[in-house]
Write a protein that binds this ligand. Structure first.
Ligand code: PLP
Length: 235
């Protein structure tokens, strides 16, 4: 089979999984399916877009910019989902529609100040280190309100919600427990800031998508189940 045929079939299979999970967990509207495209080339991304993908997620800035330039005829939403170095915020604020990995005050300030005036406000999610893992990016749970307070006063940003990459486990109950914890933090923020457009839970990857949908994911971020396994170095 060609790359195109595989990617098309994989996306159809994921959409079917999303539909059955929505039915099983009585979700009215399905989550957005983001294709996570780190290590994938422009032709593979184009195949995913041709198969109906409207949201593309990238982890590494330079790699993303190269591919984005090749794909500039496509009208999709570009999401930055990788760890952010402060010296990269200007390029991220210029070239992306969403940033899911905002985890400290300095990044909030810089992304706001560097978002070009002619573009719509940049959509951001606060990344929460939900299992408090030393190895992972993300803000501590107890810092969420302070960061949200700061983000909500920035005119060039729209705080949309939260993102997490929980501990990797096959245990469905554990997966759901972690996603429920993120949902609870979002509910607290919605109560604290009733005027804000806090409508996003960015959670769920290939191995835990159904659990995330069960707990209210509004964007699922899927890589390997669309494009096949990545080389281990790029996990
Ligand atoms: C790689 C990655 C994904 C996709 O992971 P898969 O297991 O390949 O679906 C989702 N979110 C983030 C932040 C990633 O880095």
């Amino acid at each position: 089979m060609s790359i195109h045929t595989n990617i098309l079939a994989n996306i159809a299979a994921i959409q079917a999984r999303i539909d059955s999970a929505c039915q099983l967990y009585q979700r009215q509207s399905p989550p957005t399916l983001m294709a996570v495209t780190k290590t994938r080339n422009a032709a593979e991304i184009a195949a995913a877009i041709d198969a109906g993908i409207c949201d593309v997620g990238e982890n590494y800035l330079q790699e993303a910019l190269d591919k984005k330039a090749e794909l500039n005829s496509y009208n999709v939403n570009w999401h930055f989902i990788g760890p952010i170095q402060a010296n990269k915020t200007r390029a991220i604020a210029t070239h992306f529609d969403w940033v899911h990995s905002v985890d400290r005050a300095k990044l909030i300030q810089r992304l706001n100040d560097q978002r070009p005036d002619e573009l719509a406000p940049l959509n951001i999610c606060l990344q929460i280190n939900i299992n408090d893992e030393d190895s992972k990016a993300g803000a501590a749970i107890e810092d969420a309100v302070e960061l949200a307070t700061l983000a909500l006063t920035q005119p060039r940003l729209t705080l949309r919600g939260l993102m997490a990459i929980p501990v990797n486990t096959d245990d469905n109950q554990q997966q759901r427990h972690n996603f429920a914890a993120l949902r609870a933090i979002l509910s607290d923020l919605q109560e604290t800031f009733p005027e804000a457009k806090l409508d996003t839970l960015s959670m769920g990857m290939s191995g835990d998508m159904e659990s995330a949908i069960a707990e209210g994911a509004t964007i699922v971020r899927i890589g390997s189940d669309i494009f096949g396994p990545r080389p281990t170095a790029a996990q």
